[in-house]
Design a protein around this ligand. Structure first.
Ligand code: SAH
Length: 463
């Protein structure tokens, strides 16, 4: 199995930094099913190509799998795995280029963040659905796609085509995005994922695809093929994607061009930023900041002089640090931001003294008996000038048909509850009255006549 990645972005040998593999060396990586080798068939200033070759050992492949594996059978020994690109290549790619896939590159971060001219070639790719399917999945991601069927036998054209294509992708794409797309889409085209799938597969899919899959016109096909038929995983993933992609999932009126709307997550973030700006806040405390999307958006605007993110999870805070690029920031910029670990259910003096606090998609993660503690800590003790709360509108869930397959019927497995509009209005009124805040509730996202907007927003102002 062979895959090559080339760039003409000069100096092209910087590809070695981005991939974290030196162009002068041949490097080998042991895999449970064989051996991956990375080398550079060409490495000049003008053009550099990295090749990933996977040598599959069928006997090891068979041993590395459990009986629960979907294709546990003799087919493991008698198959095309040794030479066709496939899910194994996707696994090796993720393993060998793990850091590149995360988009991190200490010495060339700007390049790692930039879209650069890339050309990716996979000479033999199993593709159920033929060249047309390869085009349908890669073209919406901005690739020029050349997909040619590989004949069954060149000497006997009358035998027709095999189920393999020769795939060439070219375009201006961020390298980390390209690697994540290949990681998800190679097994999708092959439609034979080789390893056992647990529920964490959904998280893996969303980690690799979170940025581009929600708005992909073939997201349903991609998700169903990636997660397989069993276990209802695909419906749960589609529901979570709908949440990420928001209104993009809706059917546009016939004949009208598809409306280009931002995903719900982005609409939410922008609505909150605009609101904070309208309130005249210059210091903002983001409680349950997650991976820091809102923090990054606030830092991009100089009016927010002091921005603080708090989360209970240290891992999440590290991800936020990476997203914001704290290590790449100048000192002045970095001095505007503070990140610390903290729990919203306990009094914390560090929460005091802000113009505004935000609880964006956080309250629904709190166990109902603990919610009162959060209310006291935020409204009673920290007492910022304003509090902005967003949370899902449960009534809107009927517009996400995939949710029927989700274990708790909610938008995320970690949600402890989701409120109807009436329940949210009631909560807002009670908390406002109890702690001396005037409150106003509204929706974010395209409202539906019957069930309202997908996200609810409450703005509390200290009396
Ligand atoms: N506000 C972010 C993340 C929402 S996910 C966004 O909108 O993208 C909810 C976040 O709240 C998670 O990162 C979780 O770790 C955090 N969280 C949940 N309970 C918390 C608690 N009791 N104290 C602090 N953070 C909490």
């Amino acid at each position: 199995m062979l895959l090559t990645i080339s760039t003409t972005h000069e100096p092209a040998t910087d590809l070695g930094y981005l991939l974290h593999k030196h162009p002068d060396r041949v490097q080998e990586f042991d895999q449970s099913f064989g051996r991956a080798v990375v080398f550079y068939p060409e490495a000049s200033e003008q053009r550099c190509t990295a090749a990933l070759v996977l040598q599959v050992d069928p006997a090891r492949l068979a041993r590395s799998r459990g009986r629960r594996s979907p294709d546990f059978s003799l087919a493991q020994h008698v198959n095309d795995r040794s030479y066709a690109a496939s899910s194994l290549l996707a696994v090796a790619l993720a393993d060998v280029f793990g850091t590149a896939r995360s988009g991190r590159c200490r010495s060339r971060q700007e390049l790692a963040d930039a879209a650069i001219p890339l050309r990716i070639e996979v000479p033999v790719l199993p593709c159920r659905g033929g060249p047309d399917l390869a085009r349908r999945v890669f073209a919406p991601l901005g690739w020029r796609v050349e997909a040619e069927p590989v004949p069954l036998d060149e000497r006997f054209p009358e035998w027709g085509d095999s189920r393999y294509v020769r795939l060439t992708l070219s375009g201006e794409v961020r390298l980390a995005d390209a690697l994540n797309q290949l990681h998800v889409l190679l097994p999708v085209l092959d439609e034979s994922k080789h390893y056992w799938q647990g529920t964490d597969e959904i998280d893996k899919l969303l980690r690799s695809g979170g940025d581009w899959l929600a708005g992909h016109p073939e997201r349903e096909l991609i998700t169903r093929r990636y997660l397989g038929r069993g276990g209802g995983l695909a419906s749960v993933a589609l529901a979570r994607l709908a949440e990420l992609g928001g209104d993009l999932a809706e059917d546009p009126a016939e004949d009208s061009p598809e409306p280009v709307r931002a995903p719900l997550r982005a609409q939410r973030r922008e609505a909150v930023v605009a609101l904070l700006s309208g309130l005249g806040a210059t210091s903002v405390l983001d409680l349950g900041c997650g991976t820091g999307e809102l923090l990054a958006a606030l830092l991009a605007r100089p009016e927010f002089a002091r921005v603080t993110g708090v989360d209970v999870s240290a891992r999440t805070l590290q991800a936020a640090e990476r997203r914001i690029g704290l290590d790449r920031m100048g000192e002045r910029q970095a001095s505007r931001l503070t990140l610390f670990q903290g729990a919203l259910t306990y009094r914390d003096e560090r929460f005091a003294g802000y113009d505004a606090a935000v609880l964006m998609e956080v309250v629904e993660h709190v166990d109902p008996p603990r919610l009162e503690a959060v209310e006291r800590v935020v409204f009673g003790e920290a007492r910022p000038g304003a509090v902005v709360v967003t949370t899902p509108n449960r009534e809107y869930n009927v517009r996400y048909p995939g949710l029927a397959g989700s274990p708790n019927g909610l938008r995320h497995p970690d949600h402890r509850f989701e409120w109807t509009r009436a329940e949210f209005a009631h909560w807002c009124a009670r908390v406002g009255a109890q702690w001396g805040y005037t409150v106003e509730a509204r929706g974010i996202g395209e409202p539906d006549d019957q069930v309202g907007a997908p996200t609810q927003l409450g703005v509390f102002r200290r009396d």
